[in-house]
Design a protein around this ligand. Structure first.
Ligand SMILES: Nc1ncnc2c1ncn2[C@@H]1O[C@H](COP(=O)(O)OP(=O)(O)O)[C@@H](O)[C@H]1O
Ligand SMILES: [Mg+2]
Length: 276
């Protein structure tokens, strides 16, 4: 593996000894169809630490969503293991909340507030009054307090994604799993959502595992980036990107890092079985 993660900061040095929150060790993921067996990801290992905005970056079909599904407990590895706080992940749980790309992930018959409250009611961690307060708080955090009593079909795609993020964060998962959450939005809304996510993160310091196929989005949103080879996904490199903030968009350093990642994604990797 071409590891170019540089522990520049004191925080990064501490991390070298700290136990990861999430650890994937030599994970291979396969789908068995009637016609064949498809390897979605091969021998993938990485560690996510508390407070990371950890990005899985790779071309469409390289197994990013499959890796997220496996971390979510929806797909069992064919080989290797996934551990959260040292315990093997073998089922879904409220400690891993997922935000998807699709706008239809909300319950259409519930209001925004009820949608945000719904997983908290199922988790039974808070009283009814606390759930109401938390639902209002997180709806406000994503800027939708005026729409608390609206139904999802009255909202734009970006607003629906905000609700999905509020709903996932309100339950205080150990890790927030985001599968191309902004990919279906127009370019301007996407920018705003990236900025707002970083703003939210600076308040909560939640741990985020974020999937994207956009290099620029990876560098803007991520503190660390795992670059995956094309199908089947293998680790090509792990990159430290915490030094870049939203304001660096368009700077020379930002552009250089994007170019470096672009080369990694598009030049053949000698380790890859197909030489891709
Ligand atoms: N449910 C499934 N059954 C069979 N093959 C699948 C299934 N889901 C994904 N795949 C295959 O696994 C590979 C990786 O898919 P996916 O994880 O969705 O990639 P990505 O999210 O990077 O676009 C692809 O070749 C895809 O066709
Ligand atoms: Mg996907």
């Amino acid at each position: 593996m071409n590891v170019i993660y540089q522990p520049h900061t004191k925080r990064a040095y501490r991390r070298a000894d700290a136990k990861p929150l999430l650890s994937l060790q030599n994970v291979t993921l396969r789908y068995r169809t009637e016609a064949s067996i498809i390897t979605a990801a091969h021998d993938v290992s990485f560690d996510v630490h508390r407070g990371d905005r950890f990005i899985l970056l790779g071309a469409s079909g390289c197994g990013k969503s499959s890796l997220l599904k496996a971390v979510g407990g929806f797909l069992k590895p064919a080989a290797g293991e996934i551990r959260l706080e040292g315990r093997i992940v073998d089922a879904p749980g409220p400690d891993r909340m997922m935000v998807f790309q699709e706008f239809d992930q909300l319950l259409p018959w519930k209001t925004i507030l009820q949608n945000v409250a719904y997983p908290m009611r199922k988790a039974k961690k808070w009283s009814s009054a606390e759930i109401c307060d938390r639902a209002r708080l997180f709806t406000a955090k994503v800027g939708l307090e005026k729409f608390a009593d609206a139904y999802p079909h009255t909202l734009s795609g970006g607003m629906k994604q905000r609700v999905a993020i509020a709903r996932a964060m309100a339950i205080e998962p150990k890790i927030l799993l985001m599968d191309e959450p902004f990919a279906a939005l127009d370019a301007l809304t996407r920018r705003k959502m990236q900025d707002d996510l970083l703003e939210l993160w600076s308040g909560t310091r939640s741990t985020i595992l974020f999937v994207t196929h956009s290099i620029e989005e990876a560098v803007v949103v991520g503190s660390r980036i795992l670059v995956l080879t094309p199908h089947p996904g293998q680790v090509r490199a792990e990159i430290n990107a915490h030094q870049f903030a939203f304001a660096d968009l368009g700077s020379a350093d930002f552009g250089n890092l994007c170019t470096r990642i672009h080369h990694m994604l598009f030049t053949p990797c000698p380790r890859h079985p197909k030489g891709q």
